[in-house]
Design a protein around this ligand. Structure first.
Ligand SMILES: Cc1cc2nc3c(=O)[nH]c(=O)nc-3n(C[C@H](O)[C@H](O)[C@H](O)COP(=O)(O)OP(=O)(O)OC[C@H]3O[C@@H](n4cnc5c(N)ncnc54)[C@H](O)[C@@H]3O)c2cc1C
Length: 401
């Protein structure tokens, strides 16, 4: 692949950069606003100007941009400190699932509001009994006329507390093998019977929640895929989740670590002059370059019209520990200042400490390191599959501990 822009790509990059320079909200404009309010303001501004979800069909608020143009846009937008995380699940994971399975009237109703940031969606998959093994989930739905009645509990639901809609996988038939008894719905998060309890994290924030369902009613028309086909629909969401998380490049990077090493001192000299510091930075640089070129491989495949393969698992398996190690290295350089999380004192330290606290979660979210290793072992290297005790037997007969 040629890493230089073609003349058309260069023109697209310039148009994106010019628009961003003129439209990113100023500090004064967002003074006193919450992160969510700023994110909504920025998303709506992009939407109104045709820069939101640019790969989507224009009928749903996009501009039909190519995979390369989407990357160019992301690269240019990444130069600014604008909040984006609130929309990743809805736009990056739920929207592709809706596009694959929802009825046309649902697409017209929900996609533009997802693109404009007016409505936020969450992903109600994980449960105490079904995390890595999603198909072991126990939240059930029973049919009652044209509706289903849901009872059970979800956990780790990012953004449930500010979401308008969510996608939920439930067990509709416990008498068939576990993957065959699931169905997939989208649901109004304000439905009676939904209770959302925040979970406090290491960072002090509460970004995710426990969500309880007590006799929650959802219309059958909000089912995506056939009854019992929930596993296949979930795979569409999960494939997009790995791509969305694997592609993530926020948080500390080598440039920031180099900047820090120039600013802090070791034995009266800038840390960047210390040979041990230089050696660590060089190692991180090599890892980061490897990740970058692996993601370019995905991009080359996408631009040829191929579907991204298991290389997204490699990106996550290497990228998340790298983020954790780099943040830990930067914390060492910060010495005792790293213990003070004061955003007003140092924006640099804020980013480092945020990454240090957030990296353990990144190694779990969207599939743990161990699960990624299993995927690479089985699907890339073709090694024998793990023994599966519950294969082919009805879910009700699966032994539980
Ligand atoms: C920041 C964050 C945000 C999240 N957001 C959401 C969300 O919005 N919606 C949602 O539904 N979920 C969300 N999750 C949950 C996440 O998807 C699960 O935590 C993850 O899938 C792991 O499941 P679990 O926590 O139940 O761990 P378990 O599956 O119980 O795993 C426990 C340990 O056992 C290991 N293990 C399990 N199975 C195997 C195996 N077969 N081979 C080897 N080792 C194994 C795991 O790697 C792990 O170390 C989020 C998690 C985090 C950290």
């Amino acid at each position: 692949m040629d890493f230089n822009d073609t003349p058309e790509q260069a023109a697209f990059r310039k148009a994106a950069a010019d628009w961003l320079a003129a439209n990113v909200p100023s500090k004064d404009e967002i003074e006193g606003m919450s992160r969510l309010e700023v994110a909504k303001l920025w998303q709506k501004r992009k939407y109104d100007a045709g820069w939101a979800c640019i790969g989507w069909d224009p009928a749903y608020g996009g501009r039909g941009a190519s995979a390369i143009e989407q990357v160019i846009w992301k690269q240019e937008e990444a130069k600014y400190n604008v909040p984006a995380g609130f929309f990743v699940i809805g736009q990056g994971m739920m929207a592709p699932t809706l596009m694959a399975y929802a009825q046309p009237q649902h697409l017209e109703r929900y996609l533009p509001k997802l693109a404009s940031g007016e409505e936020i969606w969450c992903q109600l998959f994980s449960e105490p009994a079904g995390g890595s093994d999603l198909a072991a989930l126990r939240t059930k739905a029973e049919k009652d006329g044209d509706e289903w009645v849901i009872n059970g509990q979800k956990i780790w639901t990012s953004g449930a507390h500010y979401s308008d809609y969510g996608c939920v996988v439930v067990r509709t038939d416990p008498n068939v093998p576990k993957h065959k008894g699931l169905s997939y719905f989208f649901i109004d998060m304000k439905s009676p019977g939904i209770e959302i309890k925040p979970i406090k994290q290491l960072t002090g924030e509460s970004d995710f929640n426990e969500v309880y369902f007590t006799d929650v009613r959802v219309p059958d028309s909000q089912r995506l895929g056939e009854v019992g086909q929930g596993w296949q629909v979930s795979l569409t969401t999960l494939m997009n989740e790995r791509a969305a998380i694997g592609a993530g490049s926020s948080g500390v990077n080598v440039d920031l670590a180099v900047q820090l090493a120039k600013e802090v001192m070791i034995d009266g000299k800038p840390a960047i002059e210390d040979s041990a510091v230089k050696a660590r930075l060089a190692n991180f640089y090599v890892e980061e370059a490897g990740l970058k070129y692996t993601s370019y491989r995905t991009l080359s495949a996408l631009s040829r019209g191929d579907i991204p393969g298991p290389e997204n698992s490699i990106g996550k398996l290497v990228g998340a520990p790298k983020m954790q190690q780099l943040a830990s290295f930067c914390m060492d350089l910060l010495e005792t200042s790293g213990a003070i999380w004061d955003t007003k004192r140092s924006k640099l330290a804020d980013n480092i400490i945020g990454s240090y606290m957030g990296a353990p979660g990144l190694r779990i979210a969207g599939g743990t390191d161990e699960i990624m290793t299993n995927i690479i072992a089985e699907r890339v290297l073709g090694l024998p599959q793990e023994p599966r005790m519950d294969k082919g037997i009805p879910f009700t007969e699966v032994p539980t501990g």
